[in-house]
Ligand binder design. Structure first.
Ligand code: ADP
Ligand code: MG
Length: 415
């Protein structure tokens, strides 16, 4: 199967060739013909498998068939959960439409809105937007949504996680009922399927891999580490392994800042990316990692969702996510487009239940290994069973019989 076989026009093929793609990915092979037939689709494919081109290429082709209706109208609306993702999809759209006469724009919060308003003044064929800023600009009449022909929800699962359901519903009420709907997601939950049922017309389900699976090219490892030693371990891994491009995940913004400072102190160049940073700082940090100006980018889940850093070799989970799907998204930042990658998780005893949930979700066992030079103070045997497992609980709640009552943690003084 080649891009030519998919029925895309010469200008689009030229742009794809320029990108260096030789063959459509499985999700592209399935989604492109359906979108060209103006079907609604509900597509799930592992992260890094080319979903952006999967919807953008056929949309471009459909848009070239008719002229822009004029005014401040938008013909295709692509909603994404984060600013970074919006910027990234916009870059892709610009690249793929280089040889076409179509206009695109991107709007997101955290930056001055005036350039965005100017970009929308004469209407655009494709608008990529985060929900909040879109509604804001719509209220200010900076754009009109009554001519939207195609709606795309990218990373729909994350949009729901981030609480955008209400905004999505408000946006749905502003665009024509008759339109084509495309929903893309890396994971499929009950909530996504419900959302899809509510607003799509008989969507075709496109699934190229088992739900929630991770790609084979990612070598996944887990290390059993005492909580207090995690910082030493991570610096040892990165500095000792001479790793140059590493994305590290922490659970909190504060944790991301703290870890970044410690790394910098140890001469490992690092920056943090999370929701409390200004848009300029976030863009700068991402560019620094991409250009190899820094070795480590420390991120929270939301900031890093969907980011495409070509050939990123290492992802480290400094802490495990408590939502198991986030693990799939985090490690999906590496091993993209067929490249090899490594994903390491530092697991402390209190995180064993998270690890078990992740293993269940991805259908893989990630038995934590002890690291040389970092012996566990927590009993290694404890890593064999989930924290708070039945056997532990039973020990504590054992029925107390007769005189064998013992107070826990109190030893009889030696006489
Ligand atoms: P997803 O949205 O599925 O997570 P992206 O659309 O961000 O993935 O694409 C991941 C990477 O794969 C990008 O760097 C993109 O340029 C590249 N890519 C997309 N399609 C192809 C293809 N057919 N051949 C090679 N690389 C591709
Ligand atoms: Mg994507």
């Amino acid at each position: 199967m080649s891009f030519e076989n998919l029925g895309l026009n010469q200008s689009i093929l030229k742009a794809v060739l320029k990108k260096g793609y030789t063959k459509p990915s499985p999700i592209q092979q399935k989604a492109i013909p359906l979108i060209l037939k103006r079907k609604d689709i509900l597509a799930s494919a592992q992260t890094g498998t080319g979903k952006t081109a999967g919807f953008t290429l056929p949309i471009l082709q459909l848009l070239t068939k008719e002229k822009h209706p004029g005014g401040k109208t938008v013909r295709t609306l692509v909603l994404t959960p984060t600013r970074e993702l919006a910027a990234q999809v916009f870059e892709n759209v610009k690249g793929y439409s280089e040889f076409l006469n179509l206009k695109s724009a991107v709007v997101f919060g955290g930056v001055n809105q005036n350039p965005q308003i100017r970009a929308l003044k004469n209407g655009v064929d494709i608008l990529i937007a985060t929900p909040g800023r879109l509604l804001d600009l719509h209220q200010q009449k900076a754009l009109s949504l009554h001519q939207v022909e195609i709606l795309v929800l990218d990373e729909a699962d994350r949009m729901l996680d981030m609480g955008f359901l209400r905004d999505i519903k408000r946006i749905l009420a502003l665009i024509p009922q008759k339109r084509q709907n495309l929903l893309f997601s890396a994971t499929f939950s009950k909530e996504i399927k419900k959302l899809a049922n509510d607003f799509m017309r008989q969507p075709v389900l496109v699934e190229v891999t088992p739900e929630n699976s991770t790609v084979d090219q990612i070598n996944q490892k887990a290390y059993a580490v005492d909580k207090k030693k995690k910082t030493d371990v991570i610096i040892d891994l990165i500095a000792g392994g001479k790793w140059q491009q590493v994305l590290v995940f922490t659970r909190t913004k504060h944790g991301a800042n703290k870890l970044t400072q410690k790394m910098v102190k140890c001469d490992v160049s690092a920056m943090a990316i999370h929701g409390n940073k200004s848009q300029a700082a976030r863009t700068k940090a991402l560019a620094a990692l991409k250009n190899n100006d820094i070795r480590v980018l420390v991120a929270t889940d939301i900031a890093a969702r969907g980011l495409d850093i070509p050939l990123l070799p290492h992802v480290i989970n400094f802490e495990l996510p408590n939502v198991p799907e986030d693990y799939v998204h985090r490690i999906g930042r590496t091993g993209r487009a067929g490249a090899q990658g490594e994903a390491i998780s530092l697991v402390s005893l209190d995180e064993m239940t998270y690890l078990r949930d992740i293993e269940k979700l991805i259908g893989l066992e990630l038995t934590p290994e002890e690291l040389e030079g970092f012996p566990l103070t927590d009993k290694p045997g404890d890593f064999d069973k989930p924290a708070g497992s039945k056997s532990n609980q039973r020990r504590n709640n054992r029925p107390k019989s007769g005189n064998s009552r013992r107070k826990p943690f109190k030893r009889k003084p030696k006489s």
